[in-house]
Design a protein around this ligand. Structure first.
Ligand code: FES
Length: 183
């Protein structure tokens, strides 16, 4: 789906929303690597479709959740979590239309999406991420222009937040034992 990206990114899993943002009955429009995605809840967990209706390209995220399916806001075509069209109001559905399904999963309070036709397995995350005794926060960042290596280096630099982002994490005047988490 995304040939322009390195394979680990193109076939990898990316957080696209907090789980709490996805309310019952309300789809949520997000973007991943420029691709619009409509998230919605089903009885089996989160589901996602490319946020464009196969009928007239209208964003499905503007529609409404009907049971375990998503109805387009324009003509009301209804798509299930696999993208199959379940209903066309006012007509017998013989269109064979399909919305494009996106792989999603929920882990650690986040919803993760994968745009690949053959997603990589979800990676084992360090157990410490789920340890309530440890500090933890997820912070969505505003888009920035940066080279990937610079961005990675910044995220892997654990000591700058005490000084630069004092409002987010503990300040320079409180210290904890530093520990490396094996990945
Ligand atoms: S544009 Fe979605 S049903 Fe017509």
């Amino acid at each position: 789906m995304n040939d322009a990206w390195p394979i680990a990114i193109a076939r990898g899993w990316h957080p696209v929303a907090y789980e709490k943002e996805l309310r019952p009955g309300r789809p949520l429009g997000v973007r991943l690597m420029g691709t619009p995605i409509a998230l919605f809840r089903t009885g089996a967990g989160p589901a996602a479709l490319i946020d464009r209706c196969p009928h007239r390209n209208v964003p499905l995220s503007g529609g409404k959740v009907c049971g375990d399916a998503l109805a387009c806001p324009y003509h009301g075509w209804v798509f299930d979590a696999s993208g199959r069209c379940l209903a066309v109001p006012g007509a017998r559905d013989e269109t064979g239309a399909r919305a494009t399904c996106v792989a999603v999963t929920r882990r650690h309070g986040l919803i993760w999406a994968n745009l690949a036709d053959e997603p990589l397995p979800f990676p084992d995350l360090p157990a410490e991420i789920a340890d309530p005794a440890l500090d933890g926060f997820w912070r969505p960042l505003a888009p920035r222009m940066a080279r990937p290596l610079d961005a990675l280096e910044n995220h892997l630099d654990p000591m700058h937040p005490h000084f630069l982002h004092r409002h987010l994490v503990r300040g320079a005047d409180s210290e904890v034992i530093a520990r490396t988490i094996p990945i």
